[in-house]
Write a protein of this length. Structure first.
Length: 274
């Protein structure tokens, strides 16, 4: 605890409240991100018609224990699971349970682990059985939107540039970007400034600096962008019941661009890969 306090004293915080990490801190984020990505790689074989989302979460819980790391979500604001699993029209924060997957279901699995005090946060899409064309297109557009947002990350650009790159692409495909949820700063903490919006005006918002760590995690709907949170206070769904998809990477700003900490070691970040 003493060491963390000294780290906080030495840390540089921008006028927008964003922490600037040191070069040595990238190693901690690489390891945390890799562990989270490896766990999601290992989940793929479980996503089949007839499986339940509880079985997937049980597997993730066991993987976290086997690796000797910690789940960031178990106990977070009373949450009881090691993942969020969001199926079809669930936008985010879906709670694992007895729901049985059927052929053609699409789902996002979101995992955050703590490794030596560093947070690795990532999510990706999966499909149970045969992927329908409209769902495939939604997944493709969401993934491309994420990568276009990541391509905008470099010192001197702004957070508005990230959101604008995502929004401009997604809306050109006649889909919508969810506005009710956003990415966030992370590092030694789960959530920190800034809020990383997935829409916005180019050139607006805080300026990106080397040493910033944050997530980019666009949620894209086939229909309208509006969402609502169900009575469990966690599960967010599309108001019009249209399909929704999401991909998430944790990134760090480098001198010339950015480093993605949560790349899939097995090349399985997209459900049609591998």
């Amino acid at each position: 605890m003493e060491r963390l306090a000294l780290d906080d004293i030495r840390a540089r915080i921008t006028k927008d409240g964003i922490r600037i990490y040191e070069d040595a801190d990238f190693a901690g984020m690489r390891l945390a991100g890799r562990v989270a990505a490896e766990i999601l790689d290992a989940v793929a074989h479980l996503v089949v018609p007839g499986a339940t989302t509880a079985v997937i979460d049980d597997f993730i819980t066991a993987e976290i224990a086997r690796r000797g790391v910690t789940s960031a979500t178990v106990g977070y604001k009373g949450y009881k699971h090691a993942s969020c699993i969001s199926v079809n029209h669930v936008v985010c924060h879906g709670i694992p349970g007895p729901k049985v997957l059927v052929d053609g279901d699409i789902l996002n699995v979101d995992v955050t682990v703590i490794v030596d005090g560093w947070y690795g946060d990532t999510s990706r899409m999966y499909v149970a059985g045969q992927l329908a064309r409209k769902a495939e297109r939604l997944i493709e557009v969401t993934h491309e939107g994420l990568m276009r947002g990541i391509a905008a990350v470099k010192p001197g650009n702004t957070f508005g540039d990230i959101g604008h790159a995502i929004q401009a692409y997604v809306e050109a495909q006649r889909m919508s970007v969810v506005r009710d949820f956003c990415g966030h700063g992370l590092g030694r903490v789960f959530h920190a400034p800034p809020n990383v919006l997935h829409y916005g005006r180019a050139g607006s918002g805080p300026v990106l600096e080397e040493g910033m760590f944050f997530t980019i995690e666009p949620m894209v709907n086939l229909g309208r962008p509006e969402t609502k949170v169900l009575a469990d206070d966690w599960t967010a769904v599309t108001r019009d019941k249209s399909l929704s998809a999401q991909f998430e990477h944790s990134v760090g700003v480098t001198a010339t661009g950015c480093e993605i900490f949560t790349l899939s070691p097995a090349g399985k970040f997209h459900p049609t890969w591998g």
